[in-house]
Design a protein around this ligand. Structure first.
Ligand SMILES: *[C@@H]1O[C@H](CO)[C@@H](O)[C@H](O)[C@H]1NC(C)=O
Length: 931
């Protein structure tokens, strides 16, 4: 949760100048938000990079410095304006991936690079680069199916695939690298001293005039000392042939990114933004500097591996024909090509860019997954329904909410406790007067297969009697001011310190706090939520750390800002793993994130609002996260701030039921809105949405299995499945869950139906009525309050569990119903992943992977992998799209032998139903339908 609480807080603590104006507005609606956050024209380096004149790059590649190794080349780049030299290294990597690093040849001191093993899983595996041609003008290299051309003057790099340019580096000439320098006053003498030394160098560095904001900067009342002066780096990346780019979350923005010609660039800087506005490029809680470009022919991606504040400009353009015509032997055709230009700049660090060349969407996902890891399969309960609120007040409250879900037959797996459950916002503790029996409270939940989530934020109350704080202080684990003293800021507990999660020792210490012996009241059924980890600092500039606070290794927050939340999340996950010796899969949610955060658990889109607009934007926001690996993501169902009416809550549940992470949450000042409190019609519609979610859990779970293996999204835009269908390229109000489900949630007030676009050329089946729709059509679909427009694709088989239970855990042994929707050829396929749903044993092969194929009137169940015993069985098979109705079904099971089954025909739904095949789900069988 965010700042709005600060308003009441501010009344108590008058030392909140920043927020006072807000407090005076009295109500919750206090729209000072935007002014609290920097625009580009308030950021020195943003202004300087935006001011670079395109088309006049001062950089040339010095071919006499060229060093060619089997899988990497390096060459110096000379800035002909100031004679500063950079070193470019280009690495050929496996899976059609390239890495380009640019750093100073002789930096005054090291520049920050993200340690390998954290964001990047490991040093990426190299692949052979072959020199195809080298002349005075350019060098041509080949890497697998790609051609890479390094141009000498001006410096630029072009990637060519299938005779077409796909990615161009510095084609706009915007490379700008602010080399480390001494401040003028004290550098004058040194300069003279160095005069002789430098005479031996080929070129002498030309002193440039300082520009404003290079050595210090002020935003509002906050002064940023910049001891290292200007350190920013920037580069342009163009995508010839591409009109659509995606990714770089987190922004409250459409999925297809917009031109920033008349706005600020998209900003990536983890911030706690109060009541964020929609459809703008402002930074939010997380940052994933990954962009995808897609057209009918291919998908490519780039990953800007830099943890500092970053801005990205986007512009539509046309490709430079004259340049590509020079490469006539490499690039075919010279017709006008649309092109998207992007311009990336970060406040510090180095340029470290990965280029992932696809060509299929699935290739880019796996290429990126190879680099930063994939989302591990959540425990089954993690993808079930979560009931949260700031706050459930005490044990009675929890008991009552829990009981109401039972009374109204509403399935639910986790209840959540926000900050008020602690003893004065001291995390890892309980408010003893309200939660005096946490163990028993959790036990009472687990009886029904339910669990508890508690919040653990990274700010530590400055109170020497609070052991977590006093240990952190005495062990020197806290973030420091620039003068080396302990950093202090305001957050929920009042005056607070922040552990320096950049330090591996601090992360170990933090992880140890999750041991059962250390966290009283915790158990394997208590799971965790990291909030406020951007970090949020109520009295800091832009509600976060000063940029000159110091971290491990002497790095400034400026260098590492976007990694702080990533490391809070990582250290917490480490702790949750250690407490069970790595046996149980924990559930963990974070608000702040970076590239690679998918490895540690779920992400949500922060403090949204109870409005139709916010419901609507949850889809593109989660799609954007899914495209860049953060697949286990969701938005607060119902909206965090303000009170939704019953219709909005209902529609939000329906959308949430088909988004990967499904949690209702609400602000302290909102009215209670648990489903049973709503009018009966709404409660029933929500119950139906919850039950639908639970029935599809086997499908979701299987999707997460494939996601862990291959790196792909679970919720995705239509173009991922229909990459040649241009009409889907900017469609973000309907989406796919895996390959088999198409969803178009209702996000308009008062709506009783919606136009649905059915992609491809096969059939689509309404999952409730089994009415069919033709691919290629846009059709109006009625959707009254109880209806979620969800369609199963012809040619697919989805195993579901149709018995309603209180929680997913209680469904463990429930039987499956196979829903078979035939395509026009009368065929269908599907698969299913099964394990114990909660441990890591699947990593040792303890799982079952089944394949189902329906062809020529025969359903065959085959085993892809089987090293696990289960008592789950098949109770029903429903086949839709049958042309001629069979009269009997013969089942031939590998274990259960042969039997004849009755075939029933459902006239209303036009389905064939075969009841009680009774085979164990792991068993191989054939079901032969006969006339
Ligand atoms: C646990 O459940 C029992 C039986 O319903 C109840 O009496 C007890 O108060 C519950 N404990 C807590 C801490 O909620």
């Amino acid at each position: 949760m965010a700042l709005s609480r600060v308003m009441r807080f501010g009344l108590r603590m008058t030392s909140f100048p920043l927020l006072l104006s807000c407090v005076l507005l009295v109500s919750q609606v206090c729209s000072v938000s935007r002014d609290n956050f920097k625009r580009c024209d308030q950021s020195g380096f943003c202004k300087r990079h935006r001011a670079v004149d395109p088309g006049h790059s001062p950089y040339i590649s010095l071919f006499d410095t060229l060093d060619i190794q089997p899988s990497q080349i390096s060459v110096e780049l000379l800035n002909t304006k100031n004679n500063v030299r950079l070193r470019l290294e280009l690495f050929g990597l496996q899976h059609q991936t390239t890495r380009i690093k640019i750093n100073e040849v002789n930096p005054l001191k090291p520049r920050y690079e993200i340690p390998v093993g954290d964001v990047l899983n490991a040093e990426p595996q190299q692949d052979t680069l072959t020199v195809v041609e080298k002349n005075d003008d350019h060098i041509t290299l080949s890497l697998e199916k790609s051609i890479i051309v390094l141009n000498r003057e001006p410096f630029r790099i072009d990637f060519i695939n299938d005779d077409e340019p796909t990615v161009s580096i510095n084609a706009q000439g915007l490379l700008k690298f602010e080399h480390l320098r001494k401040k003028k006053e004290d550098s004058q003498e040194k300069k003279e001293e160095n005069e002789e030394e430098k005479a031996s160098c080929a070129e002498e560095e030309v002193q440039e005039e300082d520009e404003p904001d290079m050595w210090e900067e002020t935003f509002k009342s906050f002064h940023d000392s910049k001891p290292n002066g200007p350190t920013s780096v920037g580069l342009d990346v163009s995508f010839p042939g591409f009109e659509h780019v995606y990714g770089i979350p987190e922004h409250a923005e459409s999925m297809a990114l917009k031109s920033t010609k008349s706005s600020d660039p998209y900003r990536l800087f983890n911030l706690d933004v109060f009541e964020y506005e929609l459809y703008n490029p402002m930074a939010l809680y997380g940052a994933v500097p990954v962009m995808l470009a897609h057209n009918e022919k291919r998908t490519v991606g780039i990953f800007w591996h830099n943890a500092a504040e970053t801005w990205v400009d986007i512009a539509s353009n046309v490709a430079d024909k004259t340049f590509f015509s020079k490469m006539a032997d490499l690039v075919k055709g010279s017709t006008e090509l649309p092109q998207t230009d992007t311009h990336w700049f970060s406040e510090s660090g180095i340029i470290d860019l990965f280029i992932m060349l696809g060509p299929e969407p699935s290739d880019v996902f796996s290429q990126y997954g190879q680099l930063t890891g994939t989302t591990p399969i959540p425990p089954l309960f993690g993808i079930a329904y979560h009931q949260c609120r700031w706050n459930y007040n005490d044990e009675d409250d929890i008991r009552n909410v829990d009981a109401k879900f039972d009374e109204y037959d509403l399935p639910m797996d986790l209840l959540w406790l926000d900050i008020e459950h602690t003893d004065g916002k001291r995390y890892f503790t309980w408010d003893g007067s309200k939660f005096s029996h946490p163990d028993e409270m959790v036990k009472n939940l687990t009886v029904k297969g339910r669990k508890l989530v508690t919040i653990v934020d990274p700010h530590l109350k400055k109170d020497d009697s609070y052991s977590v704080y006093s240990e952190a202080k005495s062990q020197n684990h806290l973030v420091k001011n620039k003068d080396g003293s302990e950093y202090e800021g305001w957050c929920w507990p009042g005056s607070s310190g922040w552990p320096d999660f950049l330090n591996p020792e601090v992360r170990k210490w933090w992880a140890s706090k999750f041991a059962y012996s250390s966290y009283a009241g915790s158990s394997k059924d208590l799971h965790v939520w990291n909030d406020m980890n951007e970090p949020s600092v109520f009295n800091g500039p832009e509600v976060t750390f000063q940029k000159d606070v110091l971290h491990y290794g002497g790095w400034e927050n400026r260098d590492v800002h976007n990694l702080y939340g990533f490391y809070v999340h990582k250290a917490t996950m480490d702790g949750l793993l250690e407490r069970t010796g790595g046996e149980e899969r924990p559930f963990l949610l974070t608000r702040a994130f970076f590239a690679g955060s998918q490895k540690f658990g779920a992400v949500w889109t922060g403090d949204n609002m109870a409005s139709w607009d916010h419901l609507k934007i949850s889809n593109p926001m989660i799609l954007s996260l899914n495209l860049v690996g953060i697949t286990f993501s969701g938005a607060d169902v119902g909206g965090f701030f303000h009170n939704p009416d019953a219709e909005l809550v209902t529609r939000w549940y329906q959308a949430g039921a088909f988004q990967p992470f499904f949690r209702a949450h609400a602000h302290l000042d909102t009215k209670r809105r648990e489903p049973h409190l709503l009018p009966n019609a709404n409660m029933l519609a929500i119950r139906d949405a919850l039950q639908q979610r639970y029935s599809y859990l086997p499908y979701w779970y299987t999707l997460f299995y494939w996601g862990e293996r291959n790196g792909g999204p679970v919720m995705m835009p239509l173009w991922v499945e229909f990459p040649k269908d241009k009409s889907t390229f900017s469609m973000d109000d309907q989406f796919m869950i895996g390959k088999a489900l198409l969803v178009k949630p209702i996000t308009e007030q008062g709506s009783t139906g919606t136009n649905v676009y059915f992609p491809g050329n096969d059939l689509w089946y309404d999952v409730e009525s089994f009415q069919t729709y033709n691919g290629g059509d846009t059709t109006y679909v009625r959707a009254g309050l109880t209806k979620i427009p969800v369609f199963q694709r012809g040619g697919t088989i989805i195993p579901r569990k149709m018995r309603n239970r209180r929680s997913s855990t209680l469904m463990k042994s429930d039987p499956f119903t196979l829903f078979i929707c035939l395509n026009r050829e009368g065929e269908a396929t599907g698969n299913l992943f099964i394990d114990d749903y909660h441990s890591y044993n699947y990593k040792n092969g303890k799982y079952i992977l089944k394949g189902f194929n329906f062809r020529k009137n025969v359903l065959e169940s085959v085993t892809g992998h089987k090293d696990y015993q289960t008592d789950e069985w098949i109770e029903k098979i429903v086949i839709s799209g049958f042309q001629v109705q069979p009269s009997i079904a013969i089942l031939k099971g590998s274990v259960s032998g042969q039997k004849e089954l009755e075939v029933n025909y459902d006239i209303v739904e036009d389905n064939i139903i075969i009841r009680k095949p009774g085979v164990n789900i792991a068993e191989n069988f054939k079901l032969i339908l006969q006339p």
